[in-house]
Design a protein around this ligand. Sequence first.
Ligand code: RNT
Ligand code: ZN
Length: 421
Amino acid sequence: MSIATTIATAYDIAADRYAAIGVDTEQALQTLAVIPISLHCWQGDDVQGFESAGGSLGGGLAVTGNYPGRARTPAELRADLDAALTLIPGRHRVNLHASYGEFGGRPVDRDQIEPGHFTGWIDWAQERGLGLDFNPTCFAHPKAADGFTLAHADAGIRSFWIEHCRRARRIGAAFGAALGTPCVTNVWVPDGFKDTPADRLAPRERLAAALDEVFREPLPPEQLRDAVEPKLFGIGSESCTVGSAEFYLGYCITRGKLLCLDAGHFHPTESIADKLSSVLLYLPEILLHVSRGVRWDSDHVVTLGDDLFAIAREVIATGGPERIRIGLDYFDASIHRVAAWVIGVRNMQKALLAALLEPPAIRAAEAAGDLTARLALQEEAKMLPVGAVWDAFCERHDVAAGEGWLAAVRSYERDVTGRRA
Ligand code: RNT
Ligand code: ZN
């Protein structure tokens, strides 16, 4: 039997198996096909960006590893994203940082960026039918060298970052207008304290006031959605982060912004899965940065484990992809960077598929107060043939099922990334 026939046969059997417990696999495949995942451009070049002044990363962010062949130009990064996208089923989005503009080798400071610096990206996205998301880059810059930006005690430095973020919103709106899909523009700032601060209140007042300045200009929601991202701690800001979870939840509720929940930004045993249903009571939309925290690092490649299954399960069970926008956020330079994207996105999709295939009897057992059955069914569901449905999904989207995609990355490495000096 050919692989394609094996996959088709296995799918038919799996579909029958699911149908017997009230799950429509065709419906699940249709739903999965239209859930976009936003691929974070910064996995492709270790968060370096294309500014002529390209400095050290800072902001508590760190990329480890020196796998050869990182993208050094916009053309290389787009080629690498193209390579990844051909190995990922469905149609997706790309998430850019301000530092990835095309500045023509000229020094364009962060308070000077304009939509014109991103026309190459807009054209590329338009040709491929991709949506774009965006982020101001409030790190890796001399004016962020002491770890403070929007909450800086110096009014001049604050104004510089406010101007940068304002311009980032206009760029995001330009993306949304050009591509016909709102651009989620996410503000994350590193501001925080290595050691115990004497005053936690003033920096938080400054951050709230600065954000209000950033968001002052009304821009159409069909072009732009504003998000803000809390974090528990970073390298060098271990004792207090100005933009904490409580800070931003309150900010979003009072200002009507999207809350960005990064899976690596909480206590190690705390999962963002449980937060979605709470936050959705008070906010219309959430942005996810799906990541994987490992000890001190919050940015490992997403693997298909309990945490990811739980996040995907809650996305499907609570808000759905219209209210919960899914992006990835990690950076690993120790493996092939295209593979890092492919692994993470495919895992996110597999977890969503498992959620879409959840047997309805689990909820029914809970509603009937039968907690024994709920646990029994949850555990039995783990061995249902989700893999056969996933393989069929890949086949239908002309993408390799199983590990077949790895050979494509290897040949791309041989012909392209491996030749980069
Ligand atoms: C940092 C935040 C933020 C960044 C990117 C590069 O802790 O998670 O989202 O990772 O903006
Ligand atoms: Zn993040």
